[in-house]
Design a protein around this ligand. Structure first.
Ligand code: CAP
Ligand code: MG
Ligand code: MG
Ligand code: MG
Length: 474
């Protein structure tokens, strides 16, 4: 241990010392949720004292040692187990038995990005990455209906699912709203979503919006011969109303697979996300993250990263979450943040900023468990679907200022096409209107798949040429 570290350890009072173990033998032994914070002390405490106070307040402790502690309560103490003094980083191990049993994301976040974000002892505290042990993955739902199920329904493979958000964001009547859906679908688009504030506004009553969308979808499916999907915002003032909205959609005659439920996960909350996941396991759960910027923007010293938000969305069971346009669109975000977040939720194994997260529910090293299951699968095939093996994938949903001209630049940064893109202005601002906007998007995707530059391809695709003309190529 370096002399600086030794000095820091010796500066701890007895309470703080109970929340530090820089020699923790095996943090990834399965007993802990691991977290890494960017932390700068904000008061008179040094970095290790402040880190210990954070570990205390975000697990079992408070600002003084209390007489009511027990030997068992002390085993639930979170532990500072690693420091990086150059980069102001602190690693904390949380005994996962601290958390509500049966899988509760809201409860975890109340600990690790709860009170501690408000503590005087820190000037900066940002949760940059988390690591879940297989023992925790077992307890959490993870995604039910995935983008692979949506692809099967749409018969769309090996390209992004092409979507839009109806614009103007608000103010259309239900009939006008449905007309825009129809136009996008007959223009060749796959997927339409409500915008994040869509609810039961008097000029667009929820039930009427649902009914009109159904008509528009039936018409578009008939005319195009292609399946279509609509993502309905079911966020609501209370859970009963949320479920009522879901039931309106379920009972409106939509084919299973043709609708998704959108939740404003930050403002409606994690309970809403997990309720929908558990009530409707066979419906695509679309996590919109309006408000996340308060926690994730890089210039904000307090909060959590886009990667952390995305990982918790997968754990909670979101089928897809907005992960940002990696600086290509209108929102703040960098390739490092947005693409790492996207990859972090798509794959079975993903490298985060600090942790390599396997989403397998069985440790690879557990060879006998794995071989037993393979044996079983050989003879009994009782495990048709593979969720026993790992938490299913969560799909990056990419919007924020994208347009047909920016599709390829985004794909180049993303490195794959396994995502849903939803372009609002990028479609509805097209000089030829929504149908042409959809056509331009389809043509831009065709050009990408054929490896043809869009300028070349636009020579005999008018709508794409107009999009190139209209949307700046910054
Ligand atoms: C996009 C959008 C999305 C945000 C979400 C909007 O519209 O509908 O909600 O982009 O951002 O309301 O702005 P445009 P993110 O396509 O017209 O920009 O995906 O980063 O969470
Ligand atoms: Mg308290
Ligand atoms: Mg029309
Ligand atoms: Mg929106």
């Amino acid at each position: 241990m370096s002399s600086i570290i030794e000095e820091l350890v010796n500066s701890l009072d007895s309470k703080q010392a109970a929340y530090v173990n820089l020699d923790l033998p095996e943090p990834t032994n399965g007993e802990y949720l691991l977290a890494v914070f960017h932390m700068i002390p904000g008061g008179k405490l040094n970095v290790l004292q402040a880190a210990a106070e954070i570990a205390a307040e975000s697990s079992t402790g408070t600002n003084f040692k209390v007489n009511t502690e027990t030997p068992f309560s002390r085993t639930m103490n979170a532990l500072v187990y690693q420091l990086d003094l150059e980069r102001d980083l602190v690693w904390v191990a949380y005994p996962w038995r601290l958390f509500d049993r049966g899988g509760n994301v809201q409860n975890i976040l109340t600990y690790i990005v709860g009170n501690i974000l408000g503590m005087k002892e820190v000037a900066a505290l940002k949760l940059l990455d988390v690591w879940f042990p297989p023992s925790m993955l077992e307890q959490y739902d993870g995604p039910g209906f995935t983008v692979d199920d949506m692809r099967k329904y749409l018969d769309v493979y090996d390209r992004p699912i092409l979507g839009t958000i109806v614009k103007p964001k608000m103010g259309l009547t239900s009939a006008e709203y449905a007309e825009v859906c129809y136009d996008f679908w007959v223009g060749g688009g796959d997927f339409v979503k409500n915008d994040e504030p869509q609810a039961n506004q008097d000029f667009c009553p929820y039930e009427k919006m649902v009914a009109h969308v159904k008509e528009a979808m039936d018409k578009a499916v008939k005319e195009t011969g292609k399946k279509k999907v609509h993502s309905f915002n079911v966020s609501a003032p209370d859970f009963d109303t949320m479920i009522e909205r879901c039931e309106m959609i379920v009972n409106a005659g939509f084919e299973p697979g043709s609708y998704a439920f959108l939740i404003d996960g930050i403002t409606a909350g994690w309970m809403a996300v997990q309720t929908i996941r558990r009530r409707y396991p066979n419906v695509f759960l679309h996590f919109h993250r309006a408000g996340h910027g308060a926690f994730t923007r890089p210039e904000n010293p307090l909060g959590f990263s886009v990667l952390v938000l995305s990982k918790f969305a997968r754990l909670a069971g979101a089928s897809g979450i907005h992960t940002g346009t990696a600086g290509v669109g209108k929102m703040k975000g960098t390739p490092e943040d947005d693409v790492v977040a996207a990859h972090g939720i798509q794959y079975l194994k993903s490298d985060g900023h600090f942790f390599n997260q396997s989403w397998a529910k069985i440790m690879d090293s557990d060879k006998d468990a794995i071989s037993l299951v393979h044996e079983d699968m050989a003879h009994h095939v009782i495990l048709e679907e593979d969720s026993w093996r790992a938490m299913k994938k969560c799909c990056p949903i990419v919007s924020g200022g994208l347009n047909p001209v920016r599709l390829k630049p985004f794909i180049d940064v993303m490195g794959n096409v396994d995502f849903i893109t939803t372009m609002g202005s990028g479609v509805h601002a097209h000089p030829g209107g929504t149908q042409d906007g959809a056509r331009a998007l389809v043509q831009s995707c065709e050009a990408y798949l054929k490896g043809i530059d869009i300028h070349e391809y636009s020579k005999n695709h008018k709508e794409l040429a107009e999009a190139i003309e209209h949307f700046p190529e910054d």
